[in-house]
Design a protein around this ligand. Structure first.
Ligand code: HEM
Length: 202
């Protein structure tokens, strides 16, 4: 048996709730760091940044699932919904961290910050695009929306792109890591949208 089939067989025995549970480990780790005062000199920034980074991991990780199956035969489809919902959870917490911890729920200050740091709009737009996806991620919505569900879920692609642009823009100088994230997202989008060759055509 090929190694990938052995992995697929083993994964079939993993319940999908285990994916959600595993996805909450980074949150538990962050909470632990908060309670043990292990957030460095600027705890608010650290919380904000950690949540943003985890959100990006889940968003991009979710996008990897289809190419992994197509090119490597690895079947993680059962965990795609968990990846999407966890990404949404972490973006939402990232937003809450900004509103509550950074802005102190002062709306005038939040508005001024939005004007001062326009990349925040990109983040908010990305978050807004993820809302309908999270709301319609249940089986009933998949059945009710039919083909439109797939169409709606295309929103994930601009959302990830906006998320990564937001991430790069907030850096004073874009780091190597930033460029790697951008390259990864562009490659994943290219793989997704590259026209598939039909049998009999080249
Ligand atoms: C899909 C949506 C989003 C993604 C993927 C995302 C991701 C990120 C990432 C990766 C970082 C930098 C982390 C680091 O440097 O380690 C960041 C920073 C930040 N994000 Fe987001 N974010 C999103 C949406 C939002 C939203 C809705 C807000 C709220 C307005 C927001 C506010 C911020 C702030 C305030 C920072 C810190 C900027 C700074 O330190 O100057 N983000 N985000």
């Amino acid at each position: 048996m090929r190694a990938v089939e052995a992995v697929n067989n083993a994964l079939r025995r993993v319940p999908s709730w285990a994916g959600y549970l595993a996805g909450l480990i980074p949150l538990a780790w962050l909470v632990w760091r908060i309670f043990t005062n292990d957030l460095g000199a600027d705890p608010v920034k650290e919380v904000e940044h950690t949540l943003g980074k985890i959100a990006l991991w889940f968003l991009v990780g979710g996008l990897c699932i289809t190419p992994l199956r197509r090119f490597a035969g690895l079947n993680l489809l059962r965990f795609r919904r968990a990846a999407g919902l966890l990404a949404f959870l972490y973006v939402a917490l990232h937003l809450v961290a900004w509103v509550v911890l950074d802005m102190g729920m002062l709306w005038a200050q939040a508005a001024a910050d939005l004007i001062k740091r326009p990349y925040l709009f990109f983040g908010i737009l990305a978050f807004a695009m993820l809302i309908p996806l999270a709301v319609t991620s249940n089986n009933a919505s998949v059945r009710r929306l039919g083909r439109n569900w797939r169409r709606l879920h295309w929103l994930v692609y601009p959302a990830v792109l906006l998320g990564v642009v937001h991430y790069l823009w907030q850096m004073k100088v874009v780091s190597t890591e930033g460029w790697i994230w951008l390259a990864a997202v562009i490659s994943l989008l290219a793989v997704r949208f590259w026209p598939k060759s039909r049998p009999g055509t080249r």
